[in-house]
Design a protein around this ligand. Structure first.
Ligand code: NAD
Length: 358
């Protein structure tokens, strides 16, 4: 296959490294507006071609697809041009900067029967897949709430706030584990250094089944924290992505309310302090799995795990969070997703095609 990576800044080189190592790729092109970044890529990987103008890629008839790792607001215009020309497209998270642009790309990919994949890296981690199976097999009991913290010092972005930068990971993890979409979002935050670009925020996802999820995102924290806590009625789970070994711990802890009591003095919660168990999880680079999955989907004509629709769901929640930030934390309904009916038909190659949209 012949693939191009557009954007060789901070994140693009990670995609390039994995594509260079893939046996599925015969030709890799690195594209960036900055000649210094191209020179750096050429020095690191002498076998790659380099190019500054991505429009030249569109004209290449033998190019199979592109991976876009440019600033968020450029995702939509670049991806649209490649999909329109019948190329497969991978876009770094978040898919685009708005619900409408994300929906347009999803529909275009379906119309052209091309792969549209979003870089929700955590859906490819062994830890998140383990948590998904633990939640699905009921080990934690009824899920009461989820709490995610993703904090560090920097990296400040100039075009997007901390919610658009860090929360896509947590939102995609939550959606992937639970499958269902929240009904509304509240988000509160503060821009300390640049007007309109919040550097710390707490976003709450409200579900109609009573589950609530809290996402704390910060570029202004002395510690690097990557922690997800899932509290169930039977057990509690903590996923710490910074931990090198025991990333997941399941606590047999909980609270029990007495079934009946006659006087207030008799009323007492009982707390259960049981064992702590850390399941074994596989050790591999999630990004390698993600890049290989993109290439395999192109080869098989299959719908990716993190497809355009999955990217659209995350973007819709981010957009509602931005609106809520502007409204000082008021609840904002999530646009369109609940009422959106997608009827699937299979094109015979595994592609899920939406045959009707509302
Ligand atoms: N999956 C992850 O964990 C992860 C982590 C970091 C960043 N990201 C995502 O990766 C994307 C890039 O982020 P970054 O931190 O690398 O940004 P960056 O600013 O460091 O790099 C972007 C690069 O794109 C280049 N560029 C901009 N417009 C271009 C164009 N029209 N044609 C060619 N090149 C162009 C810039 O010159 C720059 O080198 C963002 O969408 C970000 O959200 C994902």
């Amino acid at each position: 296959m012949k693939i191009a990576v557009i954007g060789c800044g901070y994140w693009g080189p990670n995609l390039i490294r994995n594509f260079v190592q893939s046996h599925k790729i015969q030709e890799l092109i690195c594209c960036d507006l900055d000649p210094n970044r191209l020179e750096r890529m050429k020095n690191l990987y002498p076998s790659v071609e380099v190019l500054s103008d991505y429009k030249k890629l569109i004209e290449m008839p033998d190019l199979d697809g592109v991976a876009i790792a440019t600033p968020v607001k450029t995702h939509y215009p670049i991806a649209k041009e490649f999909l329109a020309q019948g190329k497969h497209v991978f876009i770094e998270k978040p898919l685009t900067h708005s619900h409408d642009t994300a929906l347009e790309l999803v529909k275009l990919a379906e119309e052209k029967e091309k792969v549209l994949m979003v870089g929700h890296t955590f859906e490819y981690t062994a830890a998140v897949n383990k948590i998904k199976s633990i939640v699905e097999n009921g080990e934690l009991g009824k899920i009461l709430y989820i709490s995610c913290i993703r904090a560090n010092l920097g990296l400040f972005q100039s075009d997007i706030n901390v919610v658009w930068d860090l929360a896509p990971h947590d939102i995609s993890i939550i959606l992937y584990i639970f499958g269902i979409t929240p009904i509304s979002v509240n988000s509160q935050g503060k821009a300390h250094f640049k007007d309109g670009i919040e550097d710390v925020a707490t976003t709450t996802l409200n579900y109609d089944n009573g589950v609530i999820a809290f996402i704390h995102s910060s570029w202004l924290d002395p510690n690097k924290i990557r922690r997800t806590t899932v509290v169930g009625s039977r057990r509690m789970l903590v996923y710490d992505d910074i931990e090198p070994q025991e990333k997941i711990k399941i606590y047999d802890k909980g609270v029990e309310v007495p079934p009946y009591y006659d006087t207030f003095a008799e009323f007492q919660f009982s707390y259960r302090y049981g064992d702590i168990h850390s399941p074994r999880i596989e050790d591999y680079e999630p990004l390698k799995k993600e890049c290989e999955h993109f290439l395999a989907c192109i080869q098989k004509g299959a719908c990716p795990l993190s497809d355009g629709y999955s990217g659209l769901r995350v973007v819709s929640i981010l957009e509602a969070a931005s609106r809520s930030l502007q409204l000082g934390g008021r609840s904002v309904a999530i646009q369109g997703l609940k009422s959106m009916k997608r009827k699937f038909k299979n094109n015979g190659n595994g592609f899920l095609m939406a045959s009707s949209w509302k």
